[in-house]
Design a binder for this molecule. Structure first.
Ligand code: DGJ
Length: 724
């Protein structure tokens, strides 16, 4: 529900349990008044404390700059006195900077406007508000759009800047959203990592000054994540305040939290202004990516539930959200580059007997690529490896009753490739300097449309040539020296954002032309696991590290925001190829259960006793697949916090059934067995666990006693059924 109370000059956006409130001052400035539990009235202007301000311009015009410094601006602008983290900055054709945005009009409507060229949440059944802010001197308008997703307690926000003058100007900063909170928040929750160690949860204190999470890598990266949550001091898994923002964007981002001299906390998020400058001609507009924002008083599990419900209903491709994903086997860790058609078919033959449903041919099938140092861009099948061509191989795999999937890395070009020899100007490069290599590859200049079209035509040809039902879209280096040899000087600051727009365009074309294709994104593991990519691909390869112990922490952080069904999770070899840890085969499978289950090993070469376990593992996955895909996820205990064990559960929406996963990472001698407090069950329903009846409230308040396990790295999957 969206209301504008003109008598109070107040906008109120209500979800089922929350209200977001803004007010317009006499002078026309748009201020943030309140975000939190549902407010029953629009009579809230008092909370902006405008009369308290000794500097209100209408009363004291001589103190306007002091007012700007203190005003809780809804969409702060740069250069005219708001000295805190601003959202927008424009340099006019004379090189001057400074904006003053005032409310010009607004519009409340049902449904939602789609953001041009970028992914955004779908808007069925929603209500939206556009507020037009304008600066007449600069000739700029900014339209703020809010959409209310009532049942998920989520509001999405985006902004677009329009040049309404007849002269060009340059947008040097364009953040999507900002929140002004007061001292009821004290902590920041964010995700941090590295290659093979993505999205570990981090909680830090908010102090005076600024705290920045950002990426300058051209993608979110393994290191930081376009998400930030502000928490009350007492916030834990089950209760406490959480204000969260997640950016639907797959490039450079910034999330900034600042505690100022008024004890106010301002958090903003959007495209990183570094290496960014967008030229806007008169009449043109610039769209900023969407932010998914929420408040909950139900702690981090409450935040997670809201995000999961929202992603499943409004972001993930509807074709795949509830569809069963095939159990796949990927040959990367099985063979690396050392494979040919016969070897793949041997793996497929064995895999099909074990119940695996799809073979994915990873890197190395094209050009003359036998190592990671050549052929990116030459998207032609290497017939020395795949004799008789792709169709023949796919037909052989299909004849075994298995589907076939293929790997691409479309954004890249190897210096040793026919494409580079023909078009060296197609790589991003600084004039007069040899571009730097990473994994012996360059990045294609996607600001050139002919490059994007060419790459798409190759993907299209390959996918049309055989019955290919799955694509793994990889991206294995960050963007650096992001300059285009074709753009003019005053558009070089557009290159990084243009890359992201072209990536979205390519994936949109792909899923439109191949509507049944299952697309899995990937970036050297999980460097581009974000809401933008999830709009096109229902699953993303979570990490190159499939060690079940490290995966516990990677998956805990990932599942804090994203539904379980989005995480690519495979059972890999032991000792693990990344960290050398030796773990039991069934523990690896149990940890992979809460994702898109698959195998990343050579089934023809593993020990027979392990191979024999695979059919039962697949059966177990299939038993819980629907529950994992559709249920509510709750974190029970975290190995990251306690250093001993990890536990989480998924409860069906009707609260009839649940599954609990427990991993004892480190064994303890002579201690009590673990008592786990469960979540999300119906308090008055009776449940059956291993033949014993419990009341839901007992399991949630008193707890469930985990049976004793012997040894490190042991896991149990506990089935919770309704009692007869
Ligand atoms: C990085 C991915 O994360 C791996 O799974 C694999 O596809 C390699 N790239 C291939 O180069």
């Amino acid at each position: 529900m969206v209301i504008y109370d003109s008598s109070k000059r107040v906008f109120k956006l209500d979800t089922e349990n929350t209200s977001y409130v803004m007010g317009v001052t006499e002078e026309g400035y748009l201020g943030n008044i309140y975000y939190g539990k549902k407010a029953d009235t629009t009579d809230l202007m008092y909370a902006m404390r405008i009369d308290e301000h000794p500097f209100t311009p209408a009363k004291l015009p001589g103190e306007k700059i002091g007012f700007m410094d203190r005003f809780p601006s809804e969409y702060p602008f740069d250069g005219t006195g708001d000295f805190h983290g601003n959202c927008i900055n424009i340099r006019n054709h004379k090189g001057q900077e400074g904006l003053e945005l005032k409310v010009q009009s607004h519009n409340i409507y049902t449904g939602k406007r789609k953001i041009n060229g970028m992914p955004s949440a779908r808007g069925e059944g929603t209500m939206s508000l556009d507020i037009v802010l304008s600066d007449k001197a600069v000739g700029a308008e900014v339209i703020l759009t809010y959409t209310v997703y009532e049942e998920c307690d989520i509001i999405t926000r985006s902004a677009r800047a329009v040049n309404v003058s007849d002269k060009e100007f340059y947008i040097t900063k364009a953040l999507s959203a900002c929140l002004n909170l007061e001292t009821d928040v004290s902590d920041i929750l964010s995700l941090h990592g590295s290659w093979a160690r993505e999205r570990h949860i981090q909680r830090s204190k908010i102090n005076y000054g600024s705290y920045v999470i950002e990426s300058l890598r051209g993608e979110p990266g393994h290191q930081d994540h376009p998400f930030i949550a502000l928490l009350s001091e007492n916030c834990n898994k089950e209760s406490g305040d959480v204000y969260a923002m997640n950016l639907v964007y797959s490039g450079n981002f910034i999330a900034r939290v600042q505690k100022d001299q008024f004890d106010r906390v301002r958090a903003s998020i959007g495209i990183n202004p570094e290496h960014f400058c967008w030229k806007l001609e008169g009449g043109q507009e610039f769209e900023m990516p969407e932010v998914i924002m929420q408040y909950t008083c139900k702690g981090t599990n409450g935040m997670t539930n809201n995000f999961h419900n929202f992603f499943r209903k409004y972001i993930l491709p509807p074709r795949w959200t509830d569809a069963e994903r095939p159990v796949l086997i990927n040959n990367w860790e099985a063979t690396y580059f050392d494979f040919n058609d016969d070897k793949l078919v041997q793996i497929a033959e064995e895999a099909s007997k074990l119940g695996i449903e799809m073979l994915v041919m990873d890197d190395g099938w094209f050009g003359h690529r036998n190592l990671d140092n050549s052929s990116l861009g030459d998207w032609y099948v290497n017939e020395e490896k795949i004799k008789g061509g792709l169709k023949k191989l796919v037909d052989r795999v299909n004849a075994l009753g298995m589907k076939f999937g293929i790997w691409f890395e479309p954004e890249m070009i190897s210096p040793d490739s026919d494409l580079y020899r023909e078009h060296p100007e197609w790589a991003l490069a600084l004039d007069g300097r040899e571009p730097g290599l990473c994994r012996t590859q360059y990045v294609l200049d996607f600001s050139r449309h002919e490059v994007v079209d060419y790459i798409y035509s190759r993907l299209y040809e390959i996918l049309k040539s055989a019955n290919i039902e799955y694509v793994k879209w990889d991206m294995n280096r960050p963007l650096a020296e992001a300059a285009s040899l074709s753009l003019p000087a005053d558009r070089q600051g557009e290159v990084l954002h243009r890359h992201v727009l072209a990536l979205y365009e390519l994936q949109e074309r792909l899923v439109t032309d191949f509507p049944d294709l299952l697309l899995e994104n990937c970036s050297g593991g999980g460097a581009r696991f974000d809401a933008g990519m999830l709009y096109y691909s229902p699953q993303i390869w979570c990490s190159d590290n499939a060690d079940p112990v490290e995966r516990l922490m990677i998956q805990e952080g990932t599942h804090l925001i994203y539904p379980l069904s989005t995480t690519g999770t495979h059972v890999a070899d032991s000792p693990n190829h990344v960290n050398g840890r030796v773990t039991p085969f069934d523990t690896r499978a149990d940890v992979a259960l809460t994702g898109t289950f698959g195998y990343e090993l050579d089934v023809t070469r593993i020990a027979e006793e392990e191979r024999n376990l695979i059919p039962a593992q697949i059966e177990k996955y299939k038993k819980y697949r629907h529950l994992v895909q559709t249920g509510d996820y709750y974190r029970i205990a975290s190995f990251r916090e306690n250093g001993r064990y990890d536990s989480y559960m998924v409860v069906s929406k009707d609260k009839d059934k649940a599954v609990l996963i427990y991993v004892q990472v480190v064994t303890d001698s002579n201690v009590l067995t673990k008592k786990l407090k469960l979540y999300g069950l119906a308090p008055d329903k009776k449940y059956n666990i291993d033949g014993v009846e419990y009341l839901g409230s007992t399991l949630m308040n008193v707890g469930y006693i985990m049976k004793p396990l012997r040894g490190d790295f042991q896991s149990v999957v506990v089935e919770i059924n309704p009692a007869e």
